[in-house]
Design a protein. Sequence first.
Length: 318
Amino acid sequence: MKNRVLITGGFGNLGGRLAIAQSGGGAVAVRLASRARRVAPDWLPQAETAQLDLMSKESLIAALDGVETVIHLASPNEHASALDPGETMRSTAGGTANLVVAAEESRVKRFIYMSSAHIYGSPIRGHINETTMPRPTTAYAISHLAAEQFVSAAHDREQMVGVVLRSGNGFGYPVHSEVDTWHLVINDLCRQAVSTRTLRLRSTGTQERNFITISDIAMAVALVARVPREELGNGIFNLGESKSTSVLAMASMVADRCEAKFNFRPQIERPQDANEKIMKLDYDTAKIAGIGFSPTSNFYSEIDGILDLCQSDLNATK
């Protein structure tokens, strides 16, 4: 009997990559959940699919039938969240609460929730570990923090194992071109590089963020899906690289890869601020490292994948 994994948001940028990673080797049956009715995609034809309405108990119970592990990714992005904070709270916090309750009733063994480093504030700076007081400032961050509470409560009730991953700035290439990934800063820079041969930053770029590749996020999810409960503690983990990187440094990496792959180096343009104070970030990931997580940190591989997609899209429009 295969372990069946339900991935909400399974057709999205992160969801698609996690689905492929989870299905590797054939030992896991992956069920992709989305609001619309869909068939198995060509990038994962063996996948099961489920139409999921987080506000419908009947829909939730049907989607969870036979499921042992839930990986919950579905939520509005930052831009959509800002446009309608009330709906964001309903869908992210309320939807997660409904899914947690239904998962407990369906005897799901493990529930993994993808949260965000944004719950600590904006911008986050200084030393941040899992005991740092959250200070969310946006609907996106507030709703994620609220959703976390429902997962942690289920974990504390010991009805199932609940894991919360507070991810840094994830980036990477999608499994299909229809996914909208261009709100992510690295993806946007790659598209700029290919389409305009210029990288225009919205800020000076000196601020640090904790970037992490989707490949490494997938590896972390696979890890927390199998680690015994007693090793997980309260189940809350910062997920990211051991060292943060400035946006400017990431832009330079994009320029490096353009030069290596396409024989041109895009110019980096950024506003100047003589009075700017450099904001250092120490996003402490020692806790997840303690259960065996060691990122590959292969930034170039992900950047290359995004650039290839952008180049392909550009060629298709010529």
